[in-house]
Structure formats: structure tokens, C-alpha cells
Design a protein around this ligand. Structure first.
Ligand SMILES: [Zn+2]
Length: 289
């Protein structure tokens, strides 16, 4: 379990007791959030601590839990206070992750360790209930934070899908008001919009409704002529009506005399002499396929 990536058991105990330096508490908490292995181990340790804390007053802790705690606490050398006498001579601050303490000969360490360890355990027991309770609050906080994030993401996607539903309903609503917006015209200015037209054609019946806007005025003796362009290759354009724009450039051709059953690939408009012609004269001024 003491791999480089996991929290060492020592550190898990210290974490459970909230005795790690602040930065390490944070990184351990982050790791625990991600790592199920270390979480499981922490849970085990917390269980031991709780058991020990709850039974400490009765002086009969379950031996296994007690031994485990004592073993861990004893093994934890980083927090054992340096002997005050030694400290006076030469105060040495070991970096937390330093392995320098391992340089000590075991026989030298043993006597010094006993008292601090006992004090340590006493302190640990006293603090345990509060600390473990605190840990549980902390873990619950982490879970609650995660839940808050997930809930926020959920409600966001619900809102998004509801919005796209509303967009679809709006676009599909037949009674919706349709407004086209253009650059506003200055008062008195003559609108200069490109000629455009729209044809609605039913091949089976030969029914055609054609509406044109913004047509350029015609010279005298001239007319616009509409052509049906058959889809079948080699078929000539079929005359589909003559029209002249009104003062506003509007014109229409409604139900011209057309053969039934002609599939059209499109429509075209040319300018012809009054009376129209049998074949279109270039150029085609409007075309749609
Ligand atoms: Zn881990």
C-alpha cells in the first residue's frame, strides 16, 4: 500500500487525526476523493480510532484495534517531539518527508519513544471522538460538494433541453408572427432591393402561382415572360405567362395555361417584346431551380 501514488498508512492515521501539515492534509484529501483504495483504508483506520476512542474510558479496548492504533502511533516518528534536552543543545528541524530519523539506531530510539508515545496515545484518545466526528463532517462536505456540482450540471442540461424544446415549438408554430428585418430606409429614399420571385407549382395539375417583387421597370413595348424549364432532357422551355410590374415593382402570374404532368427542374424569367415569344430571349433576368 505504500506505493508512491497512495497515501502511506502512517499518513492516513495522521490524516484521520488531522495531524498532517495543512498542505499535506489538503493533498491527502484530494487523493482520497479520487482513490477508493485509500478511502477504504482510511475507513478502516477511522473504525479503529472510533472503536478505541469509544472504549478507551472503560479501559478495555478491543485488543486488535488498540494494538493496531498503538503500533501505528508508535511507528509514526515524524511527530514525536525531540527530547527537550537534546533540543537545547541543537534544535534540529527535520523536513516532514525527511528520512533522517531512520539514521537513528533503534536501541537509541526506544527509551526516548516510550513517554511521548504514551502522551500521544492519551492525547489521541481525548481528541479522537471530536476528530473522527470532524472527519465525518469533512467527508460529508466533500460528498455534498460533489453532489452540488452534479446537481448543478443536471439542472443545467434539463434547462438546455427545455430551451431547445421551446425553440422547436416556436419555429413550428404556424400562428407565429413572421417578420423579416432589413436595413431601415431613410424617409423619402427610394428602396433599391433586388428583384425576386417565388413560384408554387403542382405538376400533376399544371397549377402555378408566381409572385415577383422589386422588379425593374420595363421599357416601352416590353414584357416579362415566365418560363417553365422541364426536367426532361431536350425539352424546350414552356411559356408560362406574361407579366408587367406595377408602380411598386410587384407582379404575379396565377394559373397560366400549362400542360399537365410536366415535371419542372425550375423556372426562369426573360424580357420579351409585347405579346411574348415562343422561345426565351437572353438574358434570363430571374432564375430558380
Ligand atoms: Zn490511493
Amino acid at each position: 500500500m505504500n506505493t508512491a501514488n497512495h497515501i502511506t498508512q502512517d499518513d492516513l492515521y495522521l490524516f484521520a487525526l488531522q495531524l498532517l501539515p495543512e498542505a499535506d492534509m489538503k493533498s491527502a484529501a484530494m487523493h482520497l476523493k479520487e482513490c477508493a483504495v485509500c478511502r477504504a483504508q482510511l475507513g478502516e483506520i477511522q473504525g479503529d480510532l472510533v472503536t478505541y476512542a469509544l472504549t478507551a474510558e472503560s479501559q478495555t479496548p478491543p485488543s486488535q484495534a488498540r494494538e493496531r492504533l498503538l503500533r501505528q502511533v508508535a511507528a509514526e516518528k515524524k511527530v514525536i517531539p525531540v527530547d527537550p534536552v537534546e533540543q537545547q543543545i541543537e534544535p534540529v528541524l527535520y523536513p516532514r518527508n525527511s528520512r533522517m530519523y531512520q539514521m537513528d539506531a533503534p536501541e537509541e530510539r526506544e527509551p526516548r519513544r516510550l513517554a511521548p508515545v504514551l502522551a500521544w496515545v492519551g492525547w489521541g484518545v481525548a481528541a479522537c471522538l471530536a476528530v473522527v466526528a470532524g472527519m465525518q463532517v469533512d467527508q460529508r462536505k466533500l460528498v455534498e460538494q460533489d453532489m452540488a456540482v452534479v446537481t448543478a450540471q443536471l439542472s443545467q442540461s434539463v434547462a438546455q433541453s427545455e430551451q431547445s424544446k421551446a425553440v422547436m415549438q416556436t419555429l413550428q408554430n404556424a400562428s407565429a408572427m413572421q417578420v423579416a428585418l432589413h436595413i431601415p430606409l431613410n424617409a423619402g429614399a427610394v428602396p433599391k432591393l433586388d428583384p425576386e420571385a417565388h413560384a408554387t407549382y403542382v405538376p400533376e395539375t399544371g397549377a402555378l402561382v408566381f409572385v415577383a417583387d422589386h422588379l425593374d421597370p420595363l421599357q416601352a413595348q416590353k414584357t416579362y415572360e415566365l418560363w417553365l424549364l422541364p426536367a426532361e432532357a431536350g425539352q424546350a422551355p414552356i411559356p408560362a405567362g406574361l407579366f408587367k410590374p406595377d408602380a411598386n415593382g410587384n407582379a404575379s402570374v396565377v394559373m397560366p395555361d400549362l400542360p399537365r404532368g410536366v415535371t419542372a427542374k425550375g423556372f426562369g424569367v426573360t424580357v420579351e417584346n409585347d405579346g411574348g415569344s415562343k422561345t426565351p430571349t437572353a438574358p434570363i433576368v430571374l432564375a430558380g431551380m
